[in-house]
Design a binder for this molecule. Structure first.
Ligand code: NA7
Length: 548
């Protein structure tokens, strides 16, 4: 039964009021903070979570070496000083088990588990205009009604499973990095093939290579990666953090990407070669994503970008002994940073191991997967016992579009977004009242430190719901003009950068048939926050209120 019919029946049966104020989809960091905030503001909330525990991305991505590419002290909630005081990160970059443990700690600390139903996947949701509520149904057949529907379903949660010819014939084990078995995988003595060379592959290949008999990496596009220089955090790190914490937290909110670091304000082209090299060397030695902040124009100017790209290519050539492999690993087809920069531990060095081999699919494409391995276009057969698909995600829109969301006026979100996502502020969609997206397309989202963006979105949504309640309104809906204006603005700002030059998941280019456009908002988290705050201050400019 469609959600609309189901809800109408419930309404006829006398349950005219929405049972919940807000139904939250997902219990990752977004969902957790939303439960905490909305409950604290007196709303009746429930979260549905597809996994068996909290954590979202960090619940599913358990592949070997899975690690956050933002430093743990900054990749954490800032809203509670007590929480910060009582949780200690072990490493500069936290690995997945530690981040998952943190999510559980947060959920327990704020007593969030009681408002989450696990192992529930939302199948459909319909807005019922007459009642001004959402009716929702899970794949398991449970039904809910809520005034507001909040999609906190994650940007990298729906795995991308490309149509690899012959995959169904493969007799060995097949794993996707984003759906890794919870009990772990034993690779000892096995010949492992890895398809893909994105962040998940770059993190997992060095760890798998420690165990496996051989590792064959099938690369379609090489990625730029900088070292993490991960290390344990000690007392002195914490002393320094707490001394500067208030400043760092406040400053991070005003930055371009929500990560506090030294952002250079000069151009890569206005310093001489010696200074450029010195700057890149220092950033390389420090490690991590701030490499891209070495100059202000690395993502704006092709020539500036090329100086950084060539520096990294040089590093690859110096780290990888076999010149042919080094050449294949050095990206040339797109500007550095326009696919998310990877942060690794020993990735390039792994190719110096005798049992690790790179197959460049640009030189010899993957012809098909056979029962016992992979056949390449030039007739080479690579025998394998296991296949690891590190092929990424249907990013940003995948988890939202997986749900059949309709507006009760004959329009589905899938139809509305057929040519690409359209939003107002990345938070709302015209024609879909009382629907909120957290870190959705059209917001800084995946270009930012997610924790900073999540806090900002959740707080904005809470404030909006409180304002509506205070004003006696039943809801809110973005106007078509506001959506059009914002969607155009997101596109205009995007094309001013180098990002559209890459076939990245930011562009939807990794999923066949997906519209190609730059989905996140590149204006910066600081600028974006000011815009969202101004919209709220100006009585929610760009929105219509729904009368009670
Ligand atoms: P990514 O970054 O999307 O990487 C996926 C990789 O898989 C990438 O190298 C792809 O090559 C490759 N791929 C995808 N489909 C195929 C086929 N059909 N054949 C060969 N290779 C393929 O996903 P990750 O999980 O690594 O990282 C996602 C984000 O998580 C990351 O950016 C961090 O923010 C954390 P392509 O580049 O498309 O040629």
């Amino acid at each position: 039964m469609v959600a609309q019919e189901m809800a109408e029946q419930e309404i006829e049966a006398g349950r005219g009021e929405a049972a919940l104020d807000a139904l939250i989809i997902g219990a990752g960091f977004s969902g957790l903070y939303l439960i905490h905030l909305l409950r604290g503001a007196g709303f009746r909330v429930l979260a549905l979570e597809a996994g068996a525990d909290v954590g979202g991305t960090w619940y599913w991505n358990r592949y070997p070496g899975a690690c956050c590419d933002v430093e743990s002290l900054q990749y954490s909630f800032s809203f509670s000083p007590e929480l910060e005081r009582d949780w200690r990160w072990q490493e500069r970059y936290a690995a997945q088990p530690e981040i998952l443990a943190y999510a559980r700690f947060v959920a327990q600390r704020f007593d969030l588990y009681r408002d989450i139903l696990f192992n529930r996947r939302l199948a459909r949701a319909a807005f019922i205009p007459e009642r001004k509520l959402w009716a929702a149904e899970t794949e398991e057949g449970e039904r809910f009604t809520a005034r507001f529907l909040i999609m906190a379903s994650g940007c990298l949660s729906l795995p991308n499973l490309p149509a690899l010819p012959g995959l169904e014939d493969f007799a060995g084990r097949v794993f996707h990095t984003g759906r890794w078995p919870h009990q772990g995988v034993e690779f000892r003595g096995r010949r492992v093939g890895v398809i893909g060379t994105g962040s998940s592959a770059i993190q997992s290949i060095p760890v798998i290579a420690r165990e496996a008999a051989s590792v064959s990496v099938f690369q379609r596009t090489p990625n730029y990666s900088v070292p993490a220089h991960n290390r344990p955090l000690g007392e002195e790190d914490y002393a320094a953090w707490f001394a500067a914490r208030d400043h760092i937290r406040a400053a991070a909110k005003a930055t371009r990407n929500g990560i506090y670091c030294e952002f250079a304000t000069d151009s890569a082209l206005e310093v001489d070669e010696g200074e450029r090299q010195r700057r890149y060397e220092a950033r390389w030695a420090a490690g991590g994503l701030p490499f891209m902040a070495a100059f202000r124009d690395l993502l704006l100017d092709e020539r500036a970008n090329e100086t950084a790209a060539e520096f990294v290519r040089d590093k690859i050539r110096s780290l990888v002994r076999d010149p042919e492999t080094a050449q294949a690993l050095a990206p040339r087809f797109y500007p550095i940073g326009t696919k998310r920069l990877c942060v690794d531990t020993g990735y390039y060095e792994t190719y110096n191991l005798p049992h690790v081999r790179l197959y460049d699919l640009r030189r010899r494409p993957l012809a098909r997967i056979a029962k016992k391995g992979v056949m390449l276009g030039d007739g080479t057969f690579v025998p394998l016992d296991d296949l690891v698909l590190a092929t990424g995600f249907d990013a940003m829109t995948g988890a939202i579009m997986a749900v059949d969301i309709t507006n009760g006026r004959g329009l589905s979100l899938r139809e509305h977004w057929r040519d690409g996502p359209r939003t107002y502020l990345g938070l709302t969609v015209a024609g879909f009242p009382n629907l909120f997206l957290v870190t959705g397309p059209g917001s800084p989202s995946v270009l930012s430190n997610m924790m900073v963006s999540i806090e900002q979105h959740a707080e904005w949504i809470r404030d909006c719901l409180v304002a509506l309640r205070r004003g006696g309104a039943a809801g809110i809906e973005a106007t078509a003009e506001a959506e059009e204006g914002w969607t155009s603005h997101v596109a205009e700002v995007g094309v001013r950068t180098l990002y559209p030059r890459a076939n990245s998941w930011y562009m939807g280019a990794n999923v066949e048939g997906k519209p190609r456009l730059f989905m996140p908002y590149i204006g910066g988290v600081g600028v974006y926050r000011e815009i969202c705050d101004a919209v709220a201050r100006e009585a929610y400019r760009g929105f219509d209120r729904l009368a009670s």
